[in-house]
Ligand binder design. Sequence first.
Ligand SMILES: Cc1cc2nc3c(=O)[nH]c(=O)nc-3n(C[C@H](O)[C@H](O)[C@H](O)COP(=O)(O)O)c2cc1C
Length: 312
Amino acid sequence: MRQLRALEPDFWRAPSAHNTQPWTLTYGDGQAAVGWDPARALPISDPTGRDLRLSLGAFIECCLIVCADAGLPVAYRPDPGPLRVGFLYGAERPYQTPFTTADVRARGANRGEYHAGRLPDDVAGALEGTRRLPCRDLADLLHAADLHQFGDGEVTRELRAWLRLTRRHRRYFLDGLSDRALALTRLEALGLRASLALYPALRRLGLPRALAGASRGLLDYDGDVLVLVGPVEEEVEMGRLLMRHWLTLSNLGYTTHPLSQIIDCPATRQELARRLGVADPRTLLHVARVGRPRAPATPSARLTDHETPARS
Ligand SMILES: Cc1cc2nc3c(=O)[nH]c(=O)nc-3n(C[C@H](O)[C@H](O)[C@H](O)COP(=O)(O)O)c2cc1C
């Protein structure tokens, strides 16, 4: 378990919604409980805990990969309990995975521009549990979902709490979404900060429309959107699968830009399910555009890079 602790900065490279890094590791006798910190959940924008469980799954997969690369025989067993999803424990042999710690370090979301071009069929076809659509087919749903998101004062307030739009923010290098990770210019970051600060006053004057308008052309190119479809009761396992998909894509030079708002908004989620011919809209677990980025993204911050995360 001491060896496990030393690897935490690489475990923490896992992705999480709003970069809240909600996971906790509580070390015990020969095992470590994987749980979450409720202060790092997103009760307003993620009321069902879907993104929380996907993020915990991604974290577990990262832990297993990093341990395997270090030669540590560690396995995971689900065992849900209060604020807990399961345990990492000492196993007979290391986790079998094609991925390495270097892969975990190299992966990152990229919200900038992508080159035109679809994923090759063999690459897309190998991503189990995913469905793919041309970007342009989802442009209308993205706009409707953005309007829904920014029209909701509570959701916008929760998002704002995780935005780090100036380097002067005291948590800029720890967690949340920085201006650079969001691929915003200084001016754009300043504009977003100012408009969100004035949100209550500007809401009726059309601020939600202006904010939603910012992503208007995002899907207006020849690219792909991937939708992860799977059982709702297996969201943690699906988070592990999502992590493997992102690493597969990253190793091939592709990056992803999640667009969860499309499945956070009930109307667009339902419409997406209809377009995909999926009977239960709840089984749409994740949506992201994917492609070859025009420029590398700035890596996002992690708690472990600068402070010891809370743990017992
Ligand atoms: C379940 C899940 C949902 C996410 N949803 C969004 C999203 O809707 N929009 C977005 O820009 N990023 C989204 N992300 C990406 C995270 O913001 C990102 O993983 C986090 O900021 C850490 O950055 P990194 O992936 O570059 O390491 C999501 C990530 C996860 C795991």
